[in-house]
Design a binder for this molecule. Structure first.
Ligand SMILES: CC(C)(COP(=O)(O)OP(=O)(O)OC[C@H]1O[C@@H](n2cnc3c(N)ncnc32)[C@H](O)[C@@H]1OP(=O)(O)O)[C@@H](O)C(=O)NCCC(=O)NCCS
Length: 319
């Protein structure tokens, strides 16, 4: 398949590291981990279709592109498309050609609305998307927390949160220390409930338990770093940081609280434990990102001392 002067071929698992390297080269301040990429590529989600391509010029790998969509169960059919090139070959014309190629494949599958992401200060990509008729739909706020500068404040917040949890008889622990045989099934159900309350344009679709377990086993996560909150039999909340094994910045993978547990300080308490643990492990900063309309988590992150980075923009266009 051709995309302008780039020849596209199907990506193989051993191209995952190239895709991570490419993204890191394009945006060195957001290093991507090749081990996490490879694990993700190796363990596809059950209810999704993903087509990945490597772009070559003169037999050399210079580009990566994909199209990805849910095996739709809702009347709305959103399809993600993307494509990018190594800095030496990165032009608006080639990004345009990669997007066009992915759109063709996505449209052939029945997509009604294309969606694609760009950083707000990536003028080349934002320009290419605008030229193809994409418009901004949502913003994702990216943040960074300096664990050195905020250490004493976070220690005080963690101590206060521990007291609040004790007073409410809510137990906070890491999942490896929980002996409930149903703990992952409970965590999956709780996570699905919480996920429905993240502001989004694309409709929520419940993830399969097997996909949840693939995620829990991903190389950035460890049982002794997944923090949960318990009230008796129920798991009420979770927060966890992903530690990239090879390259990148430690970042929140997920924070969620059951509807019945909201407003009790559980999310703040869990997030405090994750960052206290990161400090103890010698980590100097952590990152996170949230939908820009997600008021409670934005408030928690702001008051923990997170500072804003550049936004990510989700663009959309009718197919
Ligand atoms: C976001 C979420 C994790 C918060 O959980 P929680 O346990 O209720 O949060 P906490 O009780 O620790 O703290 C909520 C804080 O937000 C504040 N808050 C709640 N609603 C708010 C609103 N609409 N605007 C501003 N602040 C708000 C509360 O007053 C509280 O602040 P305080 O600690 O200064 O008193 C929970 O709502 C959730 O699971 N949402 C869906 C999943 C999600 O969005 N996850 C995070 C991003 S991926």
């Amino acid at each position: 398949m051709k995309a302008g002067d780039v020849t596209l071929r199907e990506a193989r698992i051993d191209d995952a590291a190239f895709a991570a390297d490419l993204e890191t080269a394009v945006r060195p301040d957001d290093p991507q981990d090749p081990v996490i990429y490879e694990d993700y590529w190796r363990n596809p989600e059950a209810n999704w279709k993903v087509e990945r391509f490597i772009g070559e010029i003169d037999g050399m790998r210079v580009a990566y592109a994909h199209q990805r969509h849910h095996l739709w169960e809702t009347p709305e059919r959103y399809g993600g498309v993307t494509g990018d090139l190594v800095p030496s070959h990165r032009t608006a014309t080639r990004i345009d050609a990669l997007l066009a190629a992915m759109e063709d494949r996505s449209r052939a599958d029945g997509t009604q609305t294309f969606t694609s992401w760009a950083w707000e200060n990536d003028d080349l990509r934002v320009g290419a998307l605008a030229k193809r008729g994409y418009r901004e739909k949502r913003r994702q706020r990216f943040w960074e927390l300096d664990l050195v500068a905020n250490r004493s404040k976070l220690e005080a917040m963690a101590a206060d949160s521990r007291k609040k949890m004790r007073e409410q008889r809510i137990t906070v622990l890491t999942i490896d220390r929980d002996d409930d045989p149903e703990k992952f099934a409970k965590l999956w159900r709780m996570s699905n409930e919480a996920e429905q309350d993240i502001p989004t344009t694309e409709p929520y679709v419940e993830g399969a338990f097997e996909d949840f377990m693939k995620w829990m086993r991903s190389p950035g996560l460890r049982g002794d770093r997944i923090w949960i909150a318990r009230d008796g039999d129920a798991i009420l909340g979770v927060s966890m940081l992903s530690y990239p094994p090879k390259r990148g910045v430690v970042q929140t993978d997920w924070t969620g609280v059951a509807r019945a547990g909201r407003g009790k300080g559980i999310a703040r308490a869990l997030k405090c434990e994750t960052v206290m643990q990161a400090i103890a492990l010698g980590v100097d900063k952590v990152r996170t990102d949230n939908d820009s309309q997600n008021a409670p988590i934005l408030h928690i992150n702001d008051t923990m001392g997170y500072r804003r980075r550049k936004d990510g923009i989700q663009f959309m266009r009718a197919a």
